[in-house]
Design a protein around this ligand. Sequence first.
Ligand SMILES: Cc1cc2nc3c(=O)[nH]c(=O)nc-3n(C[C@H](O)[C@H](O)[C@H](O)COP(=O)(O)OP(=O)(O)OC[C@H]3O[C@@H](n4cnc5c(N)ncnc54)[C@H](O)[C@@H]3O)c2cc1C
Ligand code: SF4
Ligand code: SF4
Length: 441
Amino acid sequence: MLPSGKFQAIVDQHLCTNCGLCADILGPEKVQMVISDQKELRPLATASFQSEDLDLVAQICPGLRIEGPDDALAEEPDTQTDLVWGHYKTIVRAHAGNPVHRWEGSTGGVLTGLAAMMLETGRIRFVLHVRASDVHPTFGEATLSFTEADVLRAAGSRYGPTAPMLKLTDALDLGMPFAFIARPCDLSALANLSERDPRIGELIRYRLAFVCGGPTVSLDIDRMIEKAGVDPEDLVAMRYRGRGCPGPTTMVTGDGTVTHRSYVDFLDPDGGTWPMPFRCKICPDGIGELADIAVSDTWIGGGPDQQTENTDPGNNALIVRTAAGLELVEAAERAGFLTLGDTIGPNDLNVYQPHQHDKKFAAWARLDGLRRSGRLFPKTRRLRLKKLAAKMPLDFNESQASGARSRAEALVPEILEPKAASRFGKQPSTNACRRCAEARN
Ligand SMILES: Cc1cc2nc3c(=O)[nH]c(=O)nc-3n(C[C@H](O)[C@H](O)[C@H](O)COP(=O)(O)OP(=O)(O)OC[C@H]3O[C@@H](n4cnc5c(N)ncnc54)[C@H](O)[C@@H]3O)c2cc1C
Ligand code: SF4
Ligand code: SF4
């Protein structure tokens, strides 16, 4: 099979997180991000794509490789480690100190407040993150923010297709210190690439993530928009949340009509579950293990209800994982950019994020189900997955594995090459044999 065909397997087997890194690094003559017939952002390899490009993708792609932080972090004396939530210095509730940041932000505006603080104090020259797309209203797009006004324009969660890494090369080529705010899998992509590009360690001063349950399937977003009485074709602007916590979902059409729906009504119009991509169902790290600070919501049970969404002033939980993150939080509080609340712990996170807690316990078995089906699967290290699975009853692990396997087989009934995972380019030797891989996990 041609290298481009093997590359296509990442997309066809639903492992692509549409981070955009392969397209950014290899350039449009080899890989372009295109909008698929499912209205998702997907990489498409051209005829110039060679086997050495496949080797590069095997090393950097977060669809194939997700690893936790260096063991050195665990050995620092003030690091605590929770089996589910990973390494941390402290876990604390907080909101942005500036009421505008708090209001504009998705939850308590902490990421917006920290970005503004880092810029104002000269710690960084810009932030690489995501804002609403000018071209496709339901999509997000990578952006470089140099001012507080830029940062505020990017506030709020984007649940549609977004490729945060598409501007990484632009950012690195500026040769100036910057911060990166993105999904946990984007931070994995960055860490994978840092093995090849020393500028990442030198220039990226802070890595911030939101705790991530996954974007919404793009065609389902259109279905939700239609359910709200708006034709997706007429849309010229869309804001999913923010301006309150979570704030309304706002849709603007070409004739100037503005339609608001409450967050709960918009995302859950049929009373069903929030549709998410397959890759996110098997995600081994939605909790930002590689971030200096991972930031989440604080709704009990994982989401707001009709009552809380009208009254919640917005508070985040911050998992402060590194010394750099701790120093940043303390300085941001001193400078008035953050208002810190109670110090909390992993048990509080379990209450706020039951879906993340449950997914972490199921991840190893789900990946094992994929592996057993002969499909590609993300190789993992230092994420405690095997230890977590060992806490679960055997029949739980078996049902998670067979569920993942059946879903994979239903999504991709035929695979061109059995045992495709072991033949995929030259991946780093993280999985030489299953027993070694399990021990590392
Ligand atoms: C797809 C998705 C899934 C999420 N799942 C969970 C979850 O399971 N549990 C939970 O507690 N919180 C989840 N969140 C995060 C939550 O919505 C808040 O973003 C988070 O609490 C930070 O709040 P904030 O007020 O500090 O954010 P803000 O101050 O509004 O800052 C948000 C930052 O995130 C960036 N951003 C927004 N969307 C994206 C995107 N798609 N990709 C990359 N960067 C982006 C923006 O550029 C901005 O810098 C999710 C967010 C998204 C986008
Ligand atoms: S590097 Fe990113 S965009 Fe490219 S295949 Fe992997 S996940 Fe998809
Ligand atoms: S759930 Fe995991 S794979 Fe999906 S977008 Fe979030 S971090 Fe990436």
